[in-house]
Write a new protein. Structure first.
Lengths: 761, 155
C-alpha cells in the first residue's frame, strides 16, 4: 500500500476535476487550490535567476516540446555535447534529437568550470544527469496531479507521461511546461566551477535501464563544419566592427617608449592603443590592421635579454632556487630503506617547454554598448573570461556576457583568454567593437607554455631484486605560473602588460599509479619563471597538464628497473600494481597487442631498420589507461615511426563509445607529435619557435598506421574523464619501445631524428 | 592604391576593390563575407585557408589578389552541399573526422583536387598528396579513412 492510495480524504472538487486519485509527492491529499497551483508551483512564466540552485539554470522544455540543456562547460572537439545530450535525454525520457545542448554562454549557463581536467562528463555530466532526473521527477509529479493518477501508475516515453493502465490518460511535457520555466530549487553545494553540484530529490536511473546512454550516436555538428555552414569565433561580425592586431617586443620584457602613430596613417581607421607595455593597433580593414602592426614605428626600452642559453635549460632548472616544494604521496621510511638497499637504480628525465600551437591563433570580438560588454571567444572557460574582461574593463561581472564560439582548437590555457582581454582593452580604447586575431607567431610564440621539467627517479632493490623503496621528484617550472584561466588580470598578457601586481602560482604533480612499494615518496619542486612579466615562456596548462612529462619519466623508469632485474616489462609492473582496474587495463593492452613475455631489449635484430615494443600505464582522476606502442626505427637517420598503438582504456561508465574512440585516437596522435617533434625553442631574447616550420608537429606521413582501442566499460562505475588520460602514457610507451628495439634509453623529449641518431651512435 | 578585381567564387561573380597585394584570403573573408576559408598561419604552412583555383588547391593566405586573374575560385562552401555533397564531404561526415574542425578546408579542398586527378590512389600516395597540411587535434587517422572512402566512392 503506497501513500498515494488513500482515496478517502480526497476532496470532492479534486475528484471532479481530475476524475481520479490525485497525487503529489508530499503524500497528503490536496485541495483544488493545490491542484490548480501544481502548474505554478513547478512552472512559471518568468525566468528564475540564473543561479546554480535553480533547475531552470540547466533544463528547459521549450514551447515546441524540445528540451534545452544549459551546460556550463563546453565541447572542444570531442563531441561532449552529444554525450551530455544523451545523458539528459536518458534521464528525461525524451528522444535524443529533442535535446539541444547550449554550451557555456554566460547569459544562459552557470559556471560549471568550462572545459577543464577532462571533467566534461565526470563532473559536468554528473550535474546535468541530476538536473534532468529532477526535471523528470517534477514533471511526473505534475502529471500525476493533472491526470489524477498515482505516480507509480505513470510511465514516460518520448516526453509524454501516461497512465500505465489507461493510455488515454496522458499529458506531454510540452503541455505541462512548454515555454515556461521550472520553479524548482536544487540542493546546491555552494561551489562554483568544476566542483559545482546541485542535485534535486530525484534518483537518476539505474544503468541497466539505459536506452540512450552507451549508444554510439554521431555528432550533428560535423556536417555543418564540413559544408562550411557553421561559424567559428573567427567568423563573427558585428556592425561597426574594426580589426585589431597586437604588437610584441623582439626582446621579451621590453616595453614601448616611443610610438609614431603617423607611421600608419595611410591605413583607413588606423589607430594605436598604447598603455605601458600594451601595444596594439586597429584599422577598418583586417589586411590594413595586419600591415599597420607591421609598419608601426616603435622604439622599445633597453632591457637585458632575459633567457638562458637553451642548451643549458635543464642545468638552469636543476640549479634554480626552489620556490615551492611538496611531497604529495608518502608511505614507509624511504630514506632508511635506501640506506639498506642491495642495489640502487637512478635516472633523470627531461621534458621541454611545449606550445599549444592551436590550429589558428586565438580570436576574440568585444563589443561595448551602453555599459554592457559582449565578448565572443573560443576560450575553454567563458565564465572565467567573463570575470577577466570585467576586471580588465572595470565593470561589474553582470555587465559582461561571454558567448563561446568554437575556436581554432584548444588544449588547455592556450592564447584564447589573453586574446579576449586584449580585445577588451582595444574595444574600450577605440570606442568600437574590435575583432582581434593574433598572428601565427603570436599564437605559437606567445601562448602560455606547457612547463619544461626535470624528473629524478630512484629505486632501492634488495638482494633478490625486489623493490624496497621508490622516490620520484620533479623539479620544474610551475604549471600555474599563470593560472588555468584568464579571470584575473595578473594572469593575462593585457594585465601584465598594463602593470598590475603579479601573482605567479606554484603547482606541479606526481605520478598517478598504484605501484605498491613498502616505502614510497613522490613530490615536486617548482622554480621561478625565467621572466616575471609578459613572458612568452610563462607556463600554464597544456593538455593533460604535466601528465605527459611526469609519466614519461615514471613509466620509462619502471621499464629501466624491469630491465635491471631481468623481468618482462609487463610482468614487472604486475608484480607491484595494486588496483584491479589497473591490472585489467595492462592485461587487456597486452592481450590485444599480442604481447609476448620476454625481457627488453630485443637481441634478434641486426641492420639499420629495427623494431620494438613498449608498455606504459597510468591513471588520471579515476580513469586508467595502458598503452602498448610498436615502433620502427631507422638507425641511419634516427627517424622513428610510431607504427601501432594498442590502448586499453577504462573510464568507468561509457556514454558514447564511438565518441570515446575518436577522443582516444586524437590523444594518441597528439601524444606522438609531442613526443617525437615538439619543443619550444628560444634564444636569449625571445621564443624562436613561432610557426609550423620552427615548431613542427606530426605530419600525416608520420601518422600511426594503427590505433587499436580496447574500451573497458563499467556501467555501474560513475564515468571519469577521457579528454586527456590517454595522452599521458604515450611518450613512455614510445621510449620503452625504442629501448626494446635498440637497447638505448632516451631520457629527453622530443625524440627528434637528430637526438635519436646521436643517442644511437 | 586599391584596384577593382572581378572574382568568380563558387559560381558567382563578385567585385572587390582592394590592394592588389592583399592575399585572396582577406578578400574572401572580409570583402565577400565568406566564413571559410580560415586564417591559420598566413605563411602557406598549414592549409586552413585552402581554396581551389581552377581545380588546383592553393593557399589563399599567400596568394595576392593580383595573381588570381580570371580563375574560378571554389571554396569549401562551393564544393558541395548537404543535399549534394562532394564525396570527400560525405566521407568526412560518415567518418566523423573533425574535432575542432578549423583545419578542414586544407584537407578537404586538397583531397578533392587530388582525387579529381588520381583514381584509386594507394595510402602512400594519399599521404604524399596531403603532406604538409596541419591538424592539431590529431584526427589524421580519420582523415585517411575518409579520403580512402571518398576515393572508393569516386571509383
Amino acid at each position: 500500500m503506497t501513500k498515494f492510495e488513500k482515496t478517502s480524504s480526497f476532496s470532492r472538487r479534486s475528484v471532479l476535476l481530475g476524475g481520479g486519485a490525485l497525487v503529489v509527492s508530499v503524500g497528503a491529499a490536496v485541495s483544488l487550490d493545490t491542484v490548480l497551483s501544481i502548474g505554478n508551483a513547478y512552472a512559471q512564466g518568468a525566468k528564475p535567476p540564473l543561479t546554480p540552485d535553480q533547475l531552470s539554470s540547466y533544463i528547459a522544455v521549450n514551447a515546441d516540446g524540445t528540451v534545452s540543456a544549459f551546460f556550463g562547460k563546453m565541447d572542444m572537439g570531442h563531441g561532449l555535447h552529444v554525450a551530455i545530450g544523451q545523458i539528459v535525454a536518458e534521464e528525461l525520457d525524451v528522444p535524443f534529437k529533442a535535446v539541444k545542448v547550449i554550451m557555456a554562454d554566460t547569459a544562459y549557463t552557470v559556471n560549471q568550470g568550462g572545459a577543464s581536467g577532462s571533467t566534461g562528463i565526470q563532473l559536468g555530466g554528473k550535474q546535468m544527469r541530476m538536473a534532468a532526473a529532477e526535471a523528470r521527477r517534477v514533471l511526473v509529479e505534475m502529471a500525476a496531479g493533472l491526470l489524477s493518477v498515482p505516480i507509480d501508475k505513470l510511465a514516460v516515453a518520448d516526453g509524454v507521461v501516461s497512465a500505465t493502465d489507461d493510455k488515454a490518460k496522458r499529458i506531454s511535457y510540452k503541455e505541462m511546461i512548454g515555454g515556461k520555466y521550472f520553479n524548482v530549487t536544487l540542493d546546491w553545494n555552494k561551489q562554483m566551477g568544476n566542483a559545482l553540484y546541485a542535485p534535486g530529490k530525484a534518483q537518476p536511473k539505474k544503468p541497466s535501464e539505459y536506452k540512450i546512454v552507451g549508444q554510439p550516436i554521431k555528432r550533428e555538428d560535423v556536417a555543418p563544419k564540413v559544408f562550411a555552414i557553421e561559424d567559428f569565433v573567427t567568423d563573427v561580425k558585428v556592425p561597426g566592427m574594426v580589426h585589431g592586431r597586437m604588437i610584441h617586443p623582439a626582446i621579451a620584457g621590453a616595453v614601448p617608449v616611443k610610438v609614431d602613430e603617423s607611421s600608419i596613417r595611410q591605413y583607413p581607421g588606423a589607430r594605436v592603443v598604447w598603455d605601458k607595455g600594451f601595444l596594439g593597433v586597429v584599422a577598418d580593414k583586417e589586411w590594413d590592421a595586419i600591415q599597420a602592426a607591421e609598419k608601426l614605428k616603435v622604439e622599445w626600452s633597453q632591457v637585458e635579454a632575459p633567457f638562458p642559453d637553451q642548451a643549458k635549460l635543464y642545468d638552469h632548472i636543476r640549479k634554480a632556487p626552489v620556490r615551492k616544494a611538496e611531497v604529495e604521496k608518502q608511505n614507509g621510511n624511504v630514506d632508511e630503506a635506501f640506506k639498506t638497499a642491495a642495489k640502487v637504480i637512478e635516472a633523470d628525465y627531461e621534458w621541454p617547454f611545449q606550445s599549444h600551437a592551436s590550429m589558428g591563433p586565438a580570436c576574440a570580438l568585444v563589443e561595448i554598448k551602453d555599459g554592457n560588454v559582449t565578448c565572443w571567444s573560443g576560450t575553454q572557460k567563458s565564465h572565467f573570461v567573463q570575470q577577466g574582461v570585467a576586471a580588465t574593463l572595470g565593470v561589474p561581472v553582470a555587465n559582461v556576457r561571454v558567448i563561446h564560439k568554437a575556436g581554432p582548437g584548444s588544449y588547455g590555457r592556450n592564447d584564447a583568454d589573453d586574446c579576449a582581454s586584449d580585445a577588451a582593452v582595444l574595444a574600450k580604447a577605440v570606442g568600437k567593437p574590435v575583432r582581434l586575431q593574433y598572428m601565427r607567431d603570436q599564437g605559437t610564440g606567445w601562448d602560455p607554455k606547457g612547463p619544461a621539467s626535470t624528473h629524478k627517479a630512484r629505486i632501492a632493490l634488495d638482494a633478490s631484486g625486489k623493490v624496497t623503496a621508490y622516490e620520484f621528484t620533479s623539479k620544474a617550472f610551475s604549471r600555474v605560473d599563470v593560472d588555468t584561466n584568464g579571470s584575473k588580470p595578473f594572469d593575462t598578457l593585457a594585465g601584465q602588460a598594463q602593470g598590475v601586481a603579479l601573482k605567479s602560482g606554484d603547482g606541479f604533480g606526481v605520478p598517478a599509479e598504484s605501484y605498491a612499494f613498502d616505502n614510497k615518496r613522490m613530490g615536486w619542486e617548482t622554480i621561478p619563471p625565467l621572466l616575471e612579466r609578459s613572458s612568452p615562456l610563462r607556463t600554464s596548462h597544456l593538455r593533460d597538464p604535466v601528465g605527459p612529462q611526469i609519466h614519461f619519466a615514471s613509466e620509462s623508469f619502471m621499464d629501466e628497473v624491469a630491465a635491471a632485474v631481468g623481468a618482462d616489462p609487463i610482468e614487472f609492473r604486475l608484480r607491484y600494481v595494486k588496483e584491479a582496474r589497473d591490472v585489467a587495463v595492462i592485461k587487456a593492452a597486452a592481450e590485444k597487442s599480442g604481447w609476448v613475455t620476454r625481457t627488453s631489449p630485443r637481441k634478434d635484430q641486426t641492420g639499420n631498420k629495427v623494431s620494438g615494443r613498449g608498455i606504459a600505464y597510468s591513471q588520471r582522476n579515476g580513469t586508467r589507461v595502458a598503452i602498448v606502442a610498436e615502433v620502427d626505427i631507422d638507425r641511419s637517420t634516427g627517424k622513428i615511426f610510431a607504427r601501432k598503438f594498442t590502448v586499453a582504456h577504462d573510464c568507468g561508465q561509457i556514454i558514447n563509445p564511438d565518441g570515446l574512440v575518436k577522443c582516444i585516437e586524437g590523444n594518441i596522435v597528439q601524444g606522438v607529435s609531442r613526443t617525437l617533434w615538439e619543443e619550444v625553442t628560444f634564444d636569449r631574447k625571445a621564443v624562436t619557435s613561432v610557426d609550423w616550420i620552427s615548431y613542427p608537429i606530426l605530419d600525416i606521413t608520420e601518422t600511426p598506421g594503427e590505433v587499436n582501442v580496447v574500451l573497458i566499460d563499467h556501467p555501474d562505475i560513475p564515468p571519469s574523464g577521457a579528454g586527456e588520460p590517454s595522452i599521458r602514457p604515450v611518450a613512455a610507451a614510445i621510449a620503452n619501445a625504442i629501448y626494446d628495439a635498440t637497447g638505448v634509453r632516451i631520457r629527453r623529449v622530443p625524440f627528434s631524428p637528430e637526438r635519436v641518431k646521436a643517442a644511437l651512435s | 592604391m586599391t584596384q577593382k578585381f572581378n572574382l568568380t567564387i563558387d559560381g558567382k561573380s563578385h567585385t572587390v576593390d582592394a590592394d592588389p597585394d592583399m592575399p585572396l584570403l582577406y578578400a574572401l573573408r572580409d570583402d565577400v563575407g565568406l566564413n571559410n576559408p580560415h586564417f591559420g598561419c598566413g605563411l602557406a604552412q598549414c592549409g586552413a585557408c585552402t581554396v581551389q583555383l581552377d581545380g588546383q588547391a592553393i593557399r589563399s593566405c599567400v596568394t595576392p589578389l593580383s595573381a588570381v586573374g580570371n580563375g574560378k575560385i571554389t571554396t569549401l562552401a562551393g564544393l558541395g552541399t548537404p543535399e549534394k555533397p562532394h564525396p570527400i564531404q560525405a566521407a568526412y561526415v560518415e567518418e566523423q573526422v573533425p574535432q575542432c574542425g578549423y583545419c578542414i578546408n586544407g584537407w578537404i579542398m586538397t583531397a578533392a583536387a587530388f582525387l579529381a586527378t588520381k583514381k584509386n590512389p594507394s595510402e602512400a600516395e594519399i599521404k604524399d598528396a596531403l603532406s604538409g597540411l596541419k591538424c592539431r587535434c590529431g584526427t589524421h587517422i580519420s582523415i585517411l579513412k575518409a579520403v580512402k572512402r571518398a576515393a572508393t566512392m569516386m571509383g
